[in-house]
Design a binder for this molecule. Structure first.
Ligand code: OFO
Length: 168
């Protein structure tokens, strides 16, 4: 059985993951509006990943005798100054998510809730990967200074990304 505190924190994070997905979908719409369909594809795959993260928390809450509660999702931004600015926003957002996962982990450790610790380890690893993959794209964008040719190549590369639900 989860403590009320951990149940609330996981619920809040589940809703935040949905919000993350919403931001990525808005970024996808921004990139589609620029006809950068590969960049948009990358964002839309990320949207699916975030919903998977939320779904995993939903299932965990149920498994541990808790209940998922859905809240209002704030509206994401519509536009960004540039493609690079959108990815920089994504990186800042992922750093916030990492901090939030760490906060839940700290409470689980304090409460000797080993099951939640084990559950959250997946998210700790996932955040390392999420931050690194966004950072790698920002580095490429900086290197090419968002030049036409570079953008064309990167758009092609990001267009190949597909969503595969990780094993639960
Ligand atoms: Fe769910 O990791 Fe991104 O936000």
């Amino acid at each position: 059985m989860l403590s009320k505190k951990v149940e609330k924190m996981i619920n809040d994070q589940m809703n935040f993951e949905i919000y993350s997905g919403y931001i990525y979908l808005a970024m996808g719409a921004y990139m589609d509006s620029l006809d950068l369909t590969g960049f948009a594809n990358w964002m839309k795959v990320q949207w699916q990943e975030e919903f998977f993260h939320a779904q995993k928390m939903y299932n965990y809450l149920l498994e541990r005798g808790g209940r998922p509660f859905l809240t209002e999702v704030p509206a994401p931004p519509k536009d960004w100054k540039s493609v690079k600015a959108a990815f920089e926003h994504a990186l800042e957002h992922e750093q916030i998510v990492t901090g939030r996962i760490n906060d839940i982990m700290n409470v689980a450790i304090k409460e000797n809730d080993h099951a939640t610790r084990s559950f959250l380890n997946w998210y700790v690893d996932e955040q390392v990967e999420e931050e690194a993959s966004v950072d790698a794209i920002i580095k490429k964008l900086k290197l090419m200074k968002e030049s036409g040719h570079g953008m064309y190549i990167l758009d092609k590369e990001l267009g190949a990304r597909t969503f595969t639900a990780p094993a639960e």
